[in-house]
Write a protein that binds this ligand. Structure first.
Ligand SMILES: Cc1cc2nc3c(=O)[nH]c(=O)nc-3n(C[C@H](O)[C@H](O)[C@H](O)COP(=O)(O)O)c2cc1C
Length: 177
């Protein structure tokens, strides 16, 4: 296999986070700076973020709007981040741009020896109400961020998922020609 940068090769989405770890302001700022410097169409920078740190009110409100499946593990993450984008001209690529910003954040997290787990499983309308998000902002994904935890802290089915081999389609299958 061709060699990948360790920043990419070491990234994966864990379910077990260490509940004893808190993120520092510097770490959070560093993650958000990575997102801020992502490319976007016409430099529109449509991404908007809201961060809760474990124990604070924002975290509790984000957590309460996760799907029941995600609530089984995400409460041990050090931070929950709502990644949203502005809803402007549909011809722009706001969701695509936001995805790149989150990818940047994820790679920066690896550089800080942190892990990230993105979640589409959440109630967007509930989150919007509870966090009083402005109408022109669409929450797109919630991101759990923290230090890797012990898989033995997970219920049996999640532990099996956590320790299963990860896989990808072969490159040849992805190439159209
Ligand atoms: C847009 C998006 C939404 C996702 N939603 C969820 C989710 O709601 N719950 C969950 O456990 N994992 C979720 N994931 C994580 C994926 O299942 C995971 O990235 C994928 O299985 C590949 O595993 P890896 O990230 O460890 O390489 C999501 C990932 C992405 C990119």
């Amino acid at each position: 296999m061709a060699e990948l940068s360790p920043l990419l090769a070491d990234r994966w989405s864990p379910l077990a986070f260490d509940p004893g770890v808190e993120l520092t302001r510097d770490q959070l700022t560093s993650l958000l700076e990575a997102a801020r410097w992502a490319p976007s169409i016409g430099n529109t920078q449509p991404w908007r973020f809201l961060v809760g740190r474990r124990g604070d009110e924002t975290y509790k409100r984000i957590f309460a709007n996760l799907s029941s499946q995600n609530r089984r593990w995400a409460g041990r993450a050090s931070a929950l981040l709502v990644a949203a984008h502005t809803v402007t001209d549909p011809a722009t690529r706001a969701a695509y741009d936001l995805g790149q910003a989150v990818a940047h954040l994820t790679i920066q997290a690896t550089a800080l020896r942190l892990h990230v787990h993105q979640m589409a499983g959440f109630d967007a309308a509930g989150l919007r109400d509870e966090l009083e998000l402005p109408a022109e902002v669409q929450p797109h994904i919630v991101v759990a961020i923290g230090r890797l935890g012990d898989p033995r802290s997970l219920p049996e089915d999640l532990r099996r998922r956590e320790t299963a081999l990860r896989s990808r389609r072969p490159l040849a299958e992805l190439m159209l020609r």
